[in-house]
Design a protein around this ligand. Structure first.
Ligand code: 2HA
Ligand code: ZN
Length: 285
């Protein structure tokens, strides 16, 4: 049986297009950011002999005792490489991306395609795998985890209180669609050392209640069913943060009130995260 060339696979071309868009928007300077996407095994088999493992790659930055990817054993992911630049992904997918399967003992990644030379998955692979496990537990259709450094969200973490309720409330106020796009709000983590299983576990814990997790003074994690959903979530939060940064130092003459945000949620049939909006309150925060 002749196989189709993987470079033409929709899952690969849309992944490359998404990375190119993220780069274009300035979210992924140098080797900043990383994406992982759960693939459908039957679809992968149209392009690859999945019995052929190129090499086995141990997970980096994790303590074997506290990191267990075995719930994902056998699952196949398309993932960006460590040290690779988003700028270069579209022109050289095979050198910058890899398709890996989580080994049956959950201890390493089996390379099926890509990472030419000695490439390996992103340093944030533990955070990605833990986030996939957390999201799959609440949404079996979740496939994408995405990390990047969107400029205005990052700026906002330097000047805005970092608690989840206050951060969410401000973002919801900064654009009419925000409460509809991410009604569960955004979770916020304090600054932590990246690339470790500690930040991975903390991110995954927050991912149980939200698809967006802000890493203070670093960036954001997003999760969703598709590349478009996940990209769109980050894009919407980033746009709101941009409006905030454009207006935070100016006297606020107008705002969207809590009553109006509740009206929006009601009209679009979404349930805003409890504890953030106060009916009848004219928030001018
Ligand atoms: O992959 O963004 O957080 C580079 C990063 C690490
Ligand atoms: Zn980062």
């Amino acid at each position: 049986m002749t196989m189709k060339t993987i470079e033409s696979a929709k899952f690969l071309t849309s992944f490359c297009d998404t990375a190119a868009n993220m780069y274009r928007l300035g979210w992924d300077e140098r080797n900043g950011g990383n994406i992982s996407m759960l693939l459908d095994e039957n679809e992968v088999r149209e392009y690859l002999d999945t019995t052929r493992v190129i090499r086995k790659i141990p997970f980096m930055g994790v303590k074997a005792a506290s990191f267990d990817a075995s719930p994902l054993a056998g699952r196949i992911f398309l993932v960006t490489g460590t040290g690779k630049y988003f700028k270069n992904i579209k022109d050289d997918p095979k050198g910058n991306l890899g398709i890996v399967r989580i080994s049956s003992d959950g201890k390493c990644a089996e390379l099926l395609w890509g990472f030419t030379g000695s490439g390996r998955p992103t340093s944030e692979f533990p955070a990605h795998m833990m986030s996939h496990m957390a999201r799959l537990a609440v949404d079996p259709e979740n496939r994408v985890v995405m990390h990047s450094h969107p400029t205005h969200l990052l700026a906002m973490t330097y000047v805005h209180p970092l608690d989840t309720a206050a951060f969410t409330h401000t973002l919801w106020q900064m654009g009419t669609e925000c409460v509809v796009v991410f009604p569960e709000g955004v979770e916020v983590l304090p600054w932590m050392l990246c690339g470790t299983d500690e930040i991975g576990a903390a991110t995954a814990e927050k991912m149980r209640s939200a698809r967006l997790v802000v890493w203070a003074m670093h960036g954001i994690y997003g999760a969703g069913k598709t590349l478009d959903e996940t990209f769109g979530l980050i894009e919407t939060a980033e746009k709101a943060a941009e409006i905030y940064m454009l207006t935070a130092s100016l006297p606020r003459a107008n705002t969207i009130t809590d009553a109006q945000l509740l009206k929006l949620a009601d009209f679009f049939s979404v349930t805003p995260r409890p504890g953030i909006l106060t009916p009848n309150e004219e928030h001018q925060r």
